[in-house]
Design a protein around this ligand. Structure first.
Ligand code: PNS
Length: 158
């Protein structure tokens, strides 16, 4: 029984996230999407509750759990007794950052294996940061985000 945790800020969830969730479900038995609650970061566009609600709406047809976590990811993973930390790599730029995190997380909690999933080519240029920027400038981001995120972005930048 492989339980994977897919952590992130999801501010907001985009189609690249959903692709990783769908593909993650093919390689694990149980998937928990873990939304970071970082009280020190005040620059989120969406609150923790909003990010959870957006993920729940976007994954309504999938068998995943959406939870929040704060503090160290590995402590949450230990608490959940999960074996895998699922992360996504969009390209070489993400690699150094993710490799460092994977190494540190393995040092802190050796039983958990980080699985780095390559983003599908169509989503390799999509990030929450870019989606927020594009939406704030009035660009159409409907091809990059699920319906719920699109609606929330429209409301935020109306
Ligand atoms: O979507 P993001 O913002 O790229 O996700 C980053 C996240 C949440 C995976 C990362 O910031 C994280 O794991 N934060 C928890 C704190 C922690 O464990 N830090 C040490 C990592 S070596």
């Amino acid at each position: 029984m492989i339980h994977a945790v897919y952590p992130g800020s999801f501010d907001p969830p985009h189609n690249g996230h959903l692709d990783v969730i769908r593909r993650g479900l093919r390689v694990c038995d149980r998937l928990t999407v873990a939304v970071l609650d970082n009280p020190l970061k005040s620059s989120y566009l969406f609150t923790l509750a909003e990010r959870v609600a957006l993920l729940e709406a976007a994954t309504a047809d999938l068998t995943v759990e959406v939870e929040t976590f704060s503090g160290l990811l590995v402590e949450y993973v230990r608490h959940k007794e999960a074996q895998v930390i699922l992360k996504s790599l969009r390209g070489a730029l993400d690699f150094e950052y993710e490799a460092q995190m994977a190494g540190l997380n393995r040092t802190l909690h050796p039983p958990a294996e980080t699985l780095l999933m390559l983003a599908a080519p169509e989503w390799s240029v999509v990030s929450s940061t870019r989606v927020r920027e594009l939406a704030s400038l009035g660009a159409d981001v409907s091809r990059f985000v699920p319906e719920a995120s699109l609606k929330a972005l429209h409301e935020r930048f109306r």
